[in-house]
Design a protein around this ligand. Structure first.
Ligand code: ARG
Length: 463
């Protein structure tokens, strides 16, 4: 009885430790990168005379077959394997025999995994880059579609000055452009340091050609220190920082979408296909997608923090702790892709309720600065004009009037220089049109912004 129990216990324990140690459940998604790296590695070994040409051919055929069979579903990745690197190698040996055992010459899983993650991130970040460009395009199209819409611009979430709706949303396009560029920069740096050939940590005694391997794999250079080569996960941290900033932008945009679709604002109406109902309140139309994007932002920050924390106390070179990098970066990649995947069509399909925005802009004395500027143009120092207008606003609030409805006689009591033309100067349209400074909300600037973004997208060849 005892023996049986002990046997079962020991077996169960081993299995748990094995499961604990293994990464196949999450790193299997890098099968393509792993196989590609191995193909190039075998090619280098044969060019350098470390393996023969025919051995290379055998290995290459074996690896191509594995890739093909995984992609067609014929070969299931064995979840009992320790990781994707071990799986591919043992499957290769199963298929081609002892020659398969030569593949791992002058290589280690330490440099192999450092390579695979880079190639994986390159592929995923290129996809994310494309998604960012699509969102920029959608924003630009919305700005063009509603270029005459006027809304209140806010500071402290208090109505501040009238702005064009196009100007407001284009600000997000510029944030996203920076996100795109930040990711591209990080990728360039990442792809300038091929780690493969660093081996376990110290390099190898074989006459390898790391530069050849790097070039074949799309790198512009190699890591010049093998210890750094296998220990470096800076590129993961850099990309996750970039993702975090991107998510912060999406989250701020989401917050505005949520506010704008509330009855309190009613500046936009989200399409039914990107909103949900309530199980109890029949009137509800909830902006769940925007709320989830806002919510998932914290998750991406968490992924970045998790990896920073994992790495902070590690001695050189490779430590098993580093296996934890993958779940964090995969989760961040998946989350960013998923969020962009719903956010972009949600923005593309939303309706802008121009009249409501305009009405809201008519309240809250948001043309008070323009009234002060009117006096300044008549020769009054700004600070004096500011004080006069403050008094006029206080008077209007008391009398339940707005600047547009205060009679000219009353204006003249505050200052003799007021004339009938002030009403034109403080109309919402004038307030927006006269903001002619570069990058301001005036129509010329908005047009210039749209042109600039169009050119940027054309350069990136998104059409
Ligand atoms: N599965 C491992 C990881 O993801 C691969 C590298 C293993 N290296 C080692 N020396 N055990 O980090």
């Amino acid at each position: 009885m005892d023996k049986m129990w002990a046997g079962r216990f020991e077996k169960a324990l081993n299995k748990e430790a094995d499961d604990f140690n293994s990464s196949i459940h999450f790193d299997s998604r890098m099968y393509k990168q792993d196989i590609t790296g191995s193909m190039v590695h075998a090619m280098m070994l044969s060019r350098q005379g470390i393996i023969s040409k025919s051995e290379y051919k055998e290995i290459l055929n074996g690896l191509s077959g594995i890739l093909e069979d995984i992609e067609s579903g014929k070969l299931q990745i064995d979840m009992e394997a320790e990781d994707i690197h071990m799986f591919v190698e043992s499957e290769l040996t199963k298929r081609i025999g002892d020659t398969g055992k030569k593949l791992h010459t002058a290589r280690s899983r330490n440099d192999q995994v450092a390579l695979d993650i880079r190639l994986y991130m390159l592929q995923e970040c290129e996809a994310i880059g494309g998604q960012i460009l699509s969102l920029i395009e959608v924003i630009k199209d919305k700005a063009e579609e509603y270029k005459d819409a006027i809304m209140p611009g806010y500071t402290h979430l208090q109505r501040a000055q009238p702005i064009s709706f196009a100007h407001h949303i284009l600000s997000y396009a510029f944030m996203l452009k920076r996100d795109y560029e930040r990711i591209s920069d990080a990728l360039k740096r990442m792809m300038s340091q091929s780690p493969i050939g660093s081996c376990a940590l110290a390099g190898t005694t074989y006459n390898t050609d790391r530069v050849f391997e790097a070039e074949r794999l799309g790198f512009s250079g190699i890591s010049l220190n093998s210890i750094d080569g296998v220990s470096d996960r800076d590129f993961c941290l850099e990309l996750m920082s970039d993702f975090s900033i991107l998510m912060m932008h999406l989250s701020r945009f989401s917050e505005e979408i949520i506010l704008w679709s509330s009855w309190e604002f009613k500046f936009i109406e989200l399409d039914d296909s990107y909103t949900t109902g309530s199980s109890i309140m029949p009137q509800k139309k909830n902006p769940d997608m925007a709320e989830l994007v806002r919510g998932k932002t914290g998750r991406v920050y968490g992924d970045l923090m998790a990896l920073l924390t994992t790495l902070k106390g590690l001695p050189l070179a490779y430590n098993k702790d580093m296996q934890e990098d993958k779940e964090a970066i995969f989760d961040a990649v998946d989350t960013v892709k998923m969020c962009l995947g719903v956010f972009t069509p949600m923005i593309a399909t939303m309706t802008v309720l121009k009249d409501n925005m305009y009405k809201a802009a008519g309240k809250g004395f948001i043309n008070a600065t323009d009234l002060a500027d009117y006096l300044v143009k008549k020769g009054m120092p700004f600070r004096t004009a500011y004080k006069h207008v403050g008094e006029i606003v206080a008077y209007c609030i008391k009398e339940n009037l707005v600047l547009e409805t205060l009679p000219i006689e009353k204006y003249k009591e505050f200052d003799a220089s007021f004339q009938e033309d002030l009403y034109n100067e403080i109309s919402l349209e004038t307030c927006v049109e006269k903001r002619i400074s570069a990058g301001g909300t005036g129509p010329e600037s908005v047009k210039a912004q749209i042109e600039y973004l169009t050119e940027f997208l054309n350069e990136k060849d998104i059409h």
